[in-house]
Ligand binder design. Sequence first.
Ligand SMILES: Cc1ncc(C[n+]2csc(CCOP(=O)(O)OP(=O)(O)O)c2C)c(N)n1
Ligand SMILES: [Mg+2]
Length: 571
Amino acid sequence: MKSRPRRKPARERGGPARKSPRSRGRGPGARSIGGYLIERMHALGINDIFGIPGDFVLGFYGMLERSPIRIVGTCSELNAGYAADAYARINGIGAVCVTYSVGGLSLINAIAGAYAEKSPVIAISGAPGVEERADNLLLHHRVGAFDTQREIFERITVAATCLDDPLTAFREIDRCLGAAMAHKRPVYIELPRDRVTTVPRYRDAEPVEALQSNKAALDEALAEARELLGRARQPVILAGIEVHRFGLRKQVLAFAERHKIPICSTLLSKSVVSELHPLYLGVYEGAMGRADMRRYVEDSDCLVLLGAFMTDMDLGVYTAKLDPNRWIFASSEDVRIRHHHFHEVLFPDFVNGLLKAKIAVPKRELPPMAHEQPAKYVPKKSAKITNKRLFQRVNELLDEHTVVVSDVGDSLFGASDLVIHRDSEFLSPAFYTSMGFAVPAAIGVQVANRERRPLVLVGDGAFQMTGMELSTAVRLKFNPIVIVLNNKGYTTERFLQEGPFNDLQEWHFHELPAVIGGGVGMEVRTEGDLEQALATALVQRDSISILNVHLEPNDISPALERLASSLRKRI
Ligand SMILES: Cc1ncc(C[n+]2csc(CCOP(=O)(O)OP(=O)(O)O)c2C)c(N)n1
Ligand SMILES: [Mg+2]
């Protein structure tokens, strides 16, 4: 079994100074369990929490209301989870708070996605009181045992707890929050309703110890990496999503710039570095990507994979051909150089070590695609709008304030060809691929940063799952521009297997503002309509815009077409 990196002794840990846990008793400054949870979350940078109240969590909601953390209500708990996930991707950490079972169990899909794609979300659920549980009553919302919900969450979080014991509650809070930060994954905290205001008799909060690399293993890994890079003729960096999650973008970019190594991203990490950077090649995605850059990456004699997940989605449905004999692979889970595995090496230490290392990477020309710019889009007023032209036009719309939030389906494939201007301006569930992410995620983006304007790309099928969350955007006076790719059903699925199960009842998406009480809706059938609709949307600064873009059911994006033709060749 793989050993875990060692923990630093508590006295060596850095971080913010805290008062001695034992210096506070039960006097006026003493904290309740609920109060301590709020205090610690706020200290980590959580200023907003998403969710829907219920009687098992009302006490905690009252406490939140009196705290500096703002509650953002949503239309469903699933949507609250997606919003909290997006908030975490922008803010570094996010939180959601729901009631027992009916709320918690609805949240599961979103937390599973955050786990799969490494987004640190604190999922808090109210629960029956400890005293109530003693009589084993069939309290409403109960499913099976009182522990059922916690046991389910244990499988999709890095730490899960029930704060039923005042003696350990503070330590449990610290353990869970520490785990979310260290692993960049969700945690689950259950708060029985009769423990919210309980003030523990003794404050038992041992500081959580930070992980630490084994120095000898780290040095050895870096020495081997230096040696490979020192004789590389065509090195390439593939910057994965963990580069963003662990806050290492600047370091990776500095490393690339120092040695003039071209960089590509994966679909999940798209925009991890600015896509206008002169060293940037594009999104590497096997056969789904552009042929020239695919060849360049696959021919590399030293591929530096940093924080990438080797998923089927990121590897162009396994059409990618990356050779482990020629790679340096480092992530939070594994460091492998060729076939050598290095244990107890922390990902940030490895990246920082690479940056500091003295390496003489041989000089070489940059590949031509590093300088490529998209062709100028000139609208043909009466031409029927197509998928390809829509994405070309959207590309011109992007500026440094836009955050592209893409849902699953052809919206994601098409979006992979967009050129994102700044760091991390592209959000998508590109690995877990749960439909319905984008609209609620756009709320999370603007709660985290009101200055950013989300451009939501969403299929008609995905919109029908969670689109009502736009109501929250109207309430909060947010201004996402929502482009619904109305291709009359599940086109991505049609392309896999045609059948009546891919058909949908067609909605008048542009009429939604009348139902939700705000925003403008527009119907787009031609390139001229698109120009007009976008012009209207751009000046609509205080409310949502929704564009119902009519596309043919078989009109697919160039990226999906590339993938299809490559797969056809293989059959
Ligand atoms: C929650 C969820 N259910 C089902 C799927 C399987 N699935 C993947 S793509 C897709 C169709 C998406 O339809 P739409 O949103 O209209 O986008 P399009 O493919 O038409 O561009 C389905 C059903 C999924 N990824 N997520
Ligand atoms: Mg569709």
